[in-house]
Design a protein around this ligand. Structure first.
Ligand code: PFF
Length: 455
């Protein structure tokens, strides 16, 4: 049997997991929902959820993964006397698969926008023209699927390269590149005249906009952004070196993920305000409003290099999406490798083909297949709905119940302390939150989500 591969160093493990966490969720989603639900007020609640629940959930997944040395289905099965727990792993895997289907659609858009901005296709278009450019592109049949396929091929190539020579190596290179690109864009954005209004929009707390819905969105966003709840971090946990301090690793990942989300807001909003665009652009902010912002940075307006900044931004977004989709696909491949460790390439190709079909379906439902409705929604919206309301909080709930109530407490202590060699004075707090607070919070999110969706 082939030797199970893991990450070679702490830095490699952190880079790969930060790669998974930092994605479209940070750069595309976080800024617009933060603006929508009251800026600094949302940020405050988000930070509480990220560090209190998200990070400890990540720690729990790392414990399950490293202790069992398995991917989710086998991990749950091997650590519990009740074999039915394997279905918790299966549910996570299904969730990853569906998320990947949608994620690829948006990643395909970002890859297309890299191409469009480098070749100058977006330059000079007015905001209205950019609007219709996006609408006609995203609803066309072939072009989005071609870009999804290009993006997926990149993802698959890295996975075929292996855990060390593919995922770890690529993450160690791409994550620093991402930080540098983001820093360049932040400096450009905050040095534009009138940028301070954007910073105010992002950070000034407006508690009147922070509704109950906003609080639920903050917890949902915290889980999505940290890639927790669906087993990806169980897989990465099984690759973490045995002598790594799991709390430190989780803390690093959480801090990096949160800082990058905030930096993305700093790169986007000041520029949006400085160029007189609408900050409440919602999901279309990145694809419709930002290109208009970059277009207004042309030499005549005294703000040079719009095309270059547009290209850098979409390259940044594509890199972020790539390392996340790698982790989503790796979760599936790791499961296949449990049966046939030598057939990594074959598993990757077969799973890629299946997920390409799902993504193509989702993409077509924005155009040619928009008439095809299930329960009144297009396929894209249906999968999005299932993926945001039901599956992630349910999977996350099962994970915390498993660590808090099923796994022996002594095993958890043993894993967190690296068999007694580390001091874990925080253990009592961790265990209390994972046993009581986190399940309660996740249950509230799940039940409220279900009730709201029935109305
Ligand atoms: N955390 C990623 C993002 O913020 O874009 C998305 C993601 C990746 C979610 C992997 C879940 C996952 F398992």
């Amino acid at each position: 049997m082939a030797e199970k591969q893991g990450f070679t160093s702490s830095f490699g493990a952190i880079a790969a997991a930060v790669g998974s966490a930092v994605g479209l969720g940070n750069i595309w989603r976080f800024p617009y929902i933060c603006g929508q639900y009251g800026g600094g007020a949302f940020l405050l609640v988000y930070l509480i959820f990220v560090f209190l629940i998200g990070m400890l959930l990540m720690l729990s997944e790392f414990i399950i993964g490293r202790r069992s040395q398995h991917s989710p289905i086998f991990a749950y099965e091997s650590l519990s006397p009740h074999k039915a727990w394997r279905y918790a792993g299966l549910l996570g895997l299904i969730t990853c698969f569906l998320i990947l289907g949608l994620y690829l659609v948006i990643s395909g858009w970002t890859t297309n926008y890299v191409f469009d901005s480098i070749t100058g296709h977006l330059a000079g278009l007015s905001p209205d023209q950019l609007d219709s450019h996006f609408a006609s592109f995203s609803s066309s049949a072939l072009r989005p699927i071609i870009f999804i396929a290009i993006f997926l091929a990149l993802t698959a190539l890295v996975i075929i390269g292996g855990v060390q020579k593919g995922i770890e190596k690529v993450s160690k290179i791409l994550m620093p590149v991402l930080v540098v690109l983001l820093a360049i864009l932040c400096v450009r954005s905050v040095t534009l005249p009138g940028a301070s209004a954007g910073l105010e929009y992002l950070f000034r707390p407006d508690f009147s906009k922070l509704t109950g819905e906003g609080i639920l969105a903050a917890l949902g966003q915290a889980l999505f952004s940290l890639s927790v709840g669906m087993g990806v971090m169980i897989v990465y946990g099984s690759y973490i070196p045995n002598n790594d301090n799991l709390l430190k690793t989780s803390l690093w990942i959480t801090v990096c993920d949160t800082l990058i989300a905030i930096l993305a807001g700093i790169a986007i909003f000041p520029a949006v305000f400085a160029c007189g665009q609408d900050p409440a652009g919602g999901p279309g902010l990145v694809f419709k409003i930002l290109p208009a912002v970059f277009n207004s940075m042309n030499p005549e307006s005294g703000l040079p290099f719009g095309t270059i900044f547009a290209s850098l931004f979409f390259i940044l977004l594509t890199i972020a999406a790539l390392t996340s989709s790698i982790s989503l696909l790796e979760a599936q491949v790791a499961w296949g490798s449990e049966y046939h460790p030598k057939h990594r390439t074959r598993h990757t190709l077969i799973l890629s083909a299946i997920v390409l079909a799902i993504a193509a379906f989702c993409s077509l439902s924005n155009g040619v297949l928009s008439h095809l409705k299930v329960a009144g929604s297009t396929i894209f919206d249906l999968i999005d709905h299932i993926n945001s309301i039901y599956l992630p909080p349910l999977c996350a709930l099962l994970t915390v119940l498993f660590t808090g109530w099923v796994m022996p407490k002594s095993d958890i202590r043993d894993e967190l302390s690296n068999h007694g060699s580390l001091r874990i004075s925080y253990f009592g707090i961790y265990y209390f939150i994972i046993r009581y607070i986190a399940p309660l919070a996740l249950l509230v999110v799940l039940v409220t989500g279900i009730i709201n969706s029935l109305h």
